[in-house]
Every structure is written in structure tokens, then in C-alpha cells.
Write a new protein. Structure first.
Length: 498
């Protein structure tokens, strides 16, 4: 059995109506719609009859998909792309039958896995026909799958510290935090009950003073010589990333420049970065306990009786995603720019690595990354997991393969896809020029749980490999999706070593 994509073509002069013409042929042949296949097992002759009845209604949609997809491919090919890596819509897809290929008058069973794969491919074609934007990998997560996307050229996602206080503004700066874009960087709802404007004190409390509401702002007035801070507590989820934003009016406070935190992995004291009457602070951190305390000081010393400060607003929101971060200043990689103007993270190979926030199960998934030359004779871990002992590593400039002394050669600049098969140890390895092999994950447990970027569990096998971009999506992927990911990763490199 075979599936052929059709398009509508005008009838020749002298004939009435239109006819179905295969994309790659000039004569009419039989179309088998997906709805017919999904009723397998069935008599092949019955399937043919059902196909004939439904061919007319499915041909218009399939023809549109073919036309739009071919136009899309022709429009988006660049010097970094490889023509043979992208979808060829004029190919005939042959259905593998169980035991034998069904013929007219015979019964045969079509593989459910094959049906699922075909349905996924047709969903991709429909996404192209419906003008889905594949200029980014966002369609990969359209159905709510987990994953991650580190987009290094987007400086709005990079910070020099681990808490988002100092943004990256140029290359040759350290990177302490990189935000995961796979969920669109959409913040969650405000979690604290009384964020402002204020009509009541709500959950707020004060140490060494009194609270009141004045003109929609929360005012804290200090007592002399005692603690001088107001605060609130909020239940949170351990390991989840939160963004806290605070806006204050100084009032008569002597030094309202410090906030302190409990239950979140931030510096114990954080200074408001700006001066003037109104000041703002935004900080990002991971919850280390079941409760977070946000505390704002009126002054750094004993307060003068009657001194006051106003809180204009304070919000706590979840920042969903699997963000990479490094609290230790000396263990942060540097953002670099290569001769093609492309940005990459350059670890030192000694102690640079990153934690990845939240638990992520990549045991059955698609993992793609764009990298520079693998270096060093010792083992270097590119991605590892704390649960089990899963890791992907290189040795002597080549990708290591489990239980094999023959390693998989690397190239100077390449995009790589890994497709863990869920069994723990092995994964399909594919680069942007089409080679493939089995590459070892070196684990019975595979890649799942808490992940580390650029090291083995944050303790050894530090990587020195330049990283240009990283994309991952949980679950089974289609060939069309894999081609799109390779295409996007190649764009991070600009030039790819063949």
C-alpha cells in the first residue's frame, strides 16, 4: 500500500471539471486517506472503495499542504541549509504491513506505529499549510510537551549573575543565568494576595513599626532604635523558579536599598539598583523551601522614630521553564562571538558548568544542539543527569559510544540530534549532514531528573566545547520535526562543517 499526495489541476481544454493529479506525476492514481488506514485491520478492497469515496474531500487539503510546504522550503533555504535534509513532498510513503502487503481481496494488518507516524507527518504538512511559523522551534511544544530552548543570540534571556539582576549586553561577558524560551517566557499569575495598589494591609507584617495604607500605597513607619523592615510570607514549590518585582517610594527612610529573602536561592541581601524617590528591583530565584519570605528594609541602621517608606507594588510570579544558572561567579562560562558573528558560550574546561532548574525527563525525546569543536583528550560531559548516571560525553574530540572503543567523529561546527529510545542506554545520533549511529548515554537510568549542562553532575568531566544553541522536546518526534530542528540549529552556526 502507498500514500500519495495530490493537488487539484484544471481539466484540459474540451473536458469538463477538474481532475486529481499527483504532485510528482501527471496521471490520476488512487489516494488512500488517513481515515481509511486508521480502521485497519480491514479488507484491502474495502479500503480502496472507501478511499475512492473520500479522495475528493481530502484532495483539496492535501494539495494545499503540498503547495504551501514546497513554497515554504524554497523560501527558507539558506547557505547553511542542506537540501537533502528537508521534506520532499513528492515521495511515496509505503506502509509496512505485518506479515505481508495487503492486496485486493486479501485482509492485512497495518502497523499502528506506522499509522501514528503518518498522522504526525500529515499534522506537520497541515501546520505548513496553515502558515505555522517555523522561524523558531515554538511549534514543537504546541501540544504542551515539556522541553527547553536556549537561544543565545537573544540577549534578553541572558544575565551576568544567577538572579537576573545584571543583564548581558555584549559578548565577552560572563553568563550566570539563561532563560528557557520553550514556554514563551510567559510569567504565571501573581501569587501574593495583596500586590498593590493597596486597599488593606493584607498579608504584610512589620518588624519594629506600624503599617497603614496611604493613597493606595502600603506605608511602613518605624519605631526608634528597633528592627525596621516589613515583609510577607508565601507558600512556594521547591525547585520552581520565581520572579519577584518590588517598587517603592523612599519617603523619609534613610537607606531603603536592601531586600532580603528566605526560602529562595538569592543573595541574602539585594540592593535596589537605581536611585531617586521611586526605586525598582526585580530578582529571579529558585525556591529552596516550602515558604518564601520577601522582606524590605527602611534603613541599614537604627531607624529614626517616625521615618517611613511606601511600597507601591510587589509581585511574585512563577517563571516556568528549565533555566540554566550558576551561582558561583568563577564557574560561569563567557559569551563569545565567532568570525561569522555568531554567539556561543565558551566554558573554560576547568570548573564552568550550569544547573538546569526543575526536573526534566529526556529518556524518550528529541535533543538538538549546535556546537563548535570538541576538544581535550579527557572525558568531557556535555549533558548529564543526577538520577541514575546518565550523561552524553566526548573524549579526544569525538563523541563517546557506550560499550564500544570506536567513537563517533565530530566536526568543527555542526548541529547534532539525539533521540533517546527510552531504554536508558542507547540513543540515535544524527548530525546536520545526515550521518547516524548509536551513541551511548552511559546509563541504565538515562537522562532524567535534575540535569546539568557542561559537566558530570556538576562535579567532574567539565566541558570546554563551545555551545551555540540547545533545543529539546519530550516524546516521540517525526522526521519532519527533526529536519526543522536541524535547520534552526544550523542557523545558530551560520557555517556548518560538512
Amino acid at each position: 500500500m502507498s500514500i500519495q499526495i495530490y493537488q487539484m489541476a484544471p481539466a484540459p481544454d474540451g473536458l469538463a471539471g477538474d481532475e486529481l493529479v499527483p504532485v510528482s506525476q501527471n496521471k490520476l492514481t488512487r489516494a488512500v486517506p488517513v481515515s481509511a488506514i486508521q480502521q485497519a485491520p480491514m479488507d484491502a478492497a474495502d479500503a480502496a472503495g472507501l478511499a475512492a469515496q473520500q479522495a475528493q474531500e481530502t484532495a483539496d487539503e492535501a494539495g494545499l499542504a503540498a503547495e504551501q510546504a514546497n513554497t515554504d522550503l524554497a523560501t527558507h533555504k539558506t547557505s547553511g541549509d542542506h537540501d537533502d535534509r528537508y521534506l520532499k513532498l513528492d515521495q511515496v510513503v509505503t506502509a509496512p504491513a505485518v506479515g505481508k502487503t495487503p492486496k485486493a481481496g486479501e485482509a492485512g494488518t497495518i502497523s499502528q506505529a506506522w499509522i501514528d507516524g503518518l498522522v504526525n507527518e500529515l499534522k506537520y504538512l497541515r501546520s505548513v499549510a496553515e502558515n505555522v511559523d517555523w522561524s523558531s522551534p515554538m511549534p514543537l511544544w504546541a501540544d504542551g510537551q515539556d522541553g527547553l530552548w536556549y537561544d543565545l543570540p537573544d540577549f534578553s534571556t541572558l544575565f551576568q549573575d544567577a538572579n537576573g539582576l545584571t543583564p548581558v549586553t555584549s559578548w565577552d561577558q560572563p553568563v550566570g543565568l539563561g532563560l528557557d524560551k520553550h514556554l514563551g517566557l510567559v510569567r504565571g499569575p501573581v501569587l501574593n494576595p495583596t500586590p498593590g495598589p493597596f486597599v488593606s494591609i493584607g498579608e504584610w507584617k512589620m518588624q519594629g513599626g506600624t503599617l497603614s495604607v496611604v493613597d493606595g500605597k502600603l506605608r511602613g513607619t518605624a519605631n526608634e532604635g528597633v528592627a525596621r523592615a516589613f515583609y510577607f510570607d508565601l507558600p512556594v514549590t521547591i525547585g520552581t523558579t520565581y520572579e519577584v518585582s518590588i517598587e517603592i517610594d523612599v519617603g523619609t527612610a534613610t537607606a531603603p536599598s536592601i531586600a532580603s529573602w528566605i526560602g529562595i536561592d538569592t543573595p541574602s541581601l539585594t540592593y535596589f539598583p537605581d536611585t531617586g524617590t521611586r526605586r525598582k528591583l526585580k530578582i529571579i530565584g529558585r525556591a529552596t523551601g516550602a515558604s518564601m519570605r520577601v522582606r524590605i528594609y527602611l534603613s541599614t541602621g537604627s531607624s529614626v522614630e517616625g521615618a517611613y517608606m511606601d511600597v507601591v507594588s510587589t509581585t511574585v510570579r512563577e517563571l516556568p521553564g528549565h533555566h540554566f544558572y550558576q551561582p558561583t561567579t568563577t564557574a560561569r562560562s563567557t559569551l563569545k562571538q565567532d568570525e561569522f558573528g555568531k554567539y556561543y558560550l565558551k566554558p573554560d574546561g576547568t570548573d564552568d558548568y550550569y544547573n538546569i532548574s526543575g526536573n526534566l525527563d529526556l529518556n524518550t525525546s528529541l535533543i538538538g544542539f549546535a556546537h563548535g569543536a570538541l576538544s581535550g583528550s579527557s572525558a568531557q560531559s556535555l549533558l548529564s543527569a543526577s538520577s541514575g548516571s546518565g550523561y552524553l560525553r566526548s573524549i579526544g574530540g569525538e563523541f563517546d559510544r557506550y560499550t564500544s572503543t570506536t567513537r563517533f567523529p565530530s566536526k568543527t561546527r555542526q548541529s547534532v540530534l539525539l533521540q533517546p529510545n527510552g531504554s536508558g542506554r542507547y540513543t540515535v545520533f544524527e548530525d546536520s549532514t545526515g550521518a547516524s549511529a548509536l551513541c551511548g548515554l552511559h546509563s541504565e537510568g538515562g537522562l532524567g531528573g535534575t540535569l546539568f549542562l557542561g559537566s558530570y553532575r556538576g562535579a567532574s568531566a567539565m566541558s570546554a566545547t563551545p555551545l551555540y544553541g540547545l533545543i529539546a522536546r519530550t516524546g516521540v518526534s517525526t522526521e519532519a520535526e527533526r529536519r526543522q530542528v536541524l535547520k534552526l540549529l544550523d542557523n545558530y552556526l551560520g557555517e556548518v562543517t560538512r
